[in-house]
Design a protein around this ligand. Structure first.
Ligand code: HSE
Length: 430
């Protein structure tokens, strides 16, 4: 057998502790699978004495995570600190400078700095691996980069944030309010330290930008992702979605069009008979469309100690086996700068909910605005009213350009009888 692969772990939170447990509990199997022993040698975290449910006594302790990058007996630095900049980035760059491979679960780091870091890893002749950064336990990076390498992919999309999916599922199945379910999610530990990363769609956008790069061989372009979260989704919209034959999901969708790359994260109404409509709770799912393979769907846990440690371990095993694949599937210098398609050029169908004062002529005013913006109505629903209370008017419209739809909604919002900001949710036929 070859020399053991020696690892340093920076960050001993939920994922770090899960990784330590996995490597110590499964050391014999890992050695057989990798062809050499995998040993944790050194660790670093904020607090040496914190209770983690693991024994860290066998490992050399370093207060400063940057020390891990310069240790002679380390082959791989596992970065589980998090954050797009600061210590995580400094440590990763220092590890490359010292000829060490880096494995990370840090989606923000890869989404913001993936291209530059891929160049640095290549120049140093080491791996930069991040399976755990996207969809937790689902091996989607390996699937896209290796399993589907023979295909030209034209679309990749999915449920990329477990917290949002948990909230939307509970709102839909139990009729609960957004804030109430968010509090439960935080107790369960799914949510990011700053939950706005989850509920405002940023976490899903990080993951989508990475997926798009690997799927289409393009430079990671997080800034080009159109991002909307789920704060404005109400139980009323959930009920109307159900009546219309849809479920509401926060999707990340990246697709290649004739004019470039569209990347968007926002709540979507998806037909109830599609697989993605049935991905519930904190699960994630990713769908990829390729020219030879057709459509593949993968579903599984997207967060948590076990699933994320499983993905980190897979990257470590690849390194131990000597498997080297370019960071984003093609050499960094050959990643394409694909033109981003602005959201205003998106075309699709829409659901609109308006709260209106129920009086003669209101519907005529609304439909006149839609006509003026060349938006064609598909259906309209109006609920009975409690005397004096505004009533919901729900419309679905046929495929229209986003620019027309947003223009129409701005004008509709200015009609005197409309009492709340109009709600718009895009309908995805998938
Ligand atoms: N906060 C993330 C989620 C976990 O809810 O999916 C891992 O990215």
């Amino acid at each position: 057998m070859s020399e053991p692969l020696k690892i340093a772990v920076a960050g001993l939170g939920t994922v770090g502790a899960g990784l330590v447990r996995l490597i110590s509990e499964r050391s014999e199997d890992l050695e057989i699978r990798a062809g050499r022993a995998i040993e944790i040698t050194a660790v670093s975290a904020r607090d040496r004495t914190a209770e983690r449910g693991i024994d860290i006594a066998p490992y050399a302790w370093h207060d400063d995570p940057l020390h891990l990058a310069v240790l002679d007996d380390i082959d791989v630095v596992v970065e589980l600190i998090g954050g797009s900049d600061g210590i995580a980035k400094t440590l990763t760059e220092a590890a490359f400078e010292n000829g060490k491979h880096v494995v990370t679960a840090n989606k923000a780091l890869v989404a913001h700095h993936g291209l530059g870091l891929a160049h640095k890893a290549e120049a140093a002749g080491v791996s930069f691996s991040y399976e755990a950064a996207v969809a937790g336990g689902i091996p989607i990076i390996k699937s896209l980069r290796e399993g589907l390498a023979g295909n030209s992919l034209h679309r990749v999309y999915g449920i990329l944030n477990g917290t949002c999916n948990y909230i939307l599922t509970a709102m839909s199945e139990q009729g609960r309010e957004f804030e109430d379910v968010l509090a439960e999610c935080q107790k369960l530990g799914y949510a990011e330290a700053d939950p706005s990363f989850d509920i405002d769609g940023i976490d899903a956008a990080h993951k989508l930008a990475i997926l798009a790069s690997v799927a289409f061989g393009g430079e990671v372009n997080f800034d080009a992702v159109h991002v909307e979260g789920i704060r404005h989704i109400s139980p009323m919209d959930m009920q109307f979605a159900e009546e219309l034959g849809y479920r509401i999901k926060l999707l990340g969708i990246a697709s290649i069009r004739a004019d470039g790359l569209e990347q968007r994260v926002h709540p979507c109404m998806v037909p109830v008979d599609t697989p993605i409509a049935h991905v519930s709770g904190s699960l994630n799912a990713v769908v990829a469309d390729g020219d030879f393979v057709g459509t593949i769907v993968q579903e599984g846990p997207g967060a948590g100690a076990g699933p994320t440690a499983s993905a980190v371990a897979a990257d470590i095993i690849d390194i131990a086996r000597g498997l080297r694949v370019p960071t984003f599937g093609v050499p960094a210098g050959q990643l394409k700068a694909i033109a981003p398609v602005p959201m205003q050029r998106h075309t699709g169908a829409y659901y609109i909910r308006l709260m209106v004062v129920d009086k003669p002529g209101v519907l005529a005013d609304i439909t006149a605005v839609l006509r003026d913006h060349a938006v064609s109505m598909e259906s309209v629903l109006q609920r009975t009213r409690d005397p004096g209370e505004p009533v919901p008017v729900v419309m679905t419209v046929h495929e229209a350009e986003e620019a027309s739809m947003t223009g129409a909604l701005e004008e509709i919002a200015a009609i005197g009888a409309i009492v709340e900001t109009p709600r718009m949710i895009r309908i995805e036929s998938l």
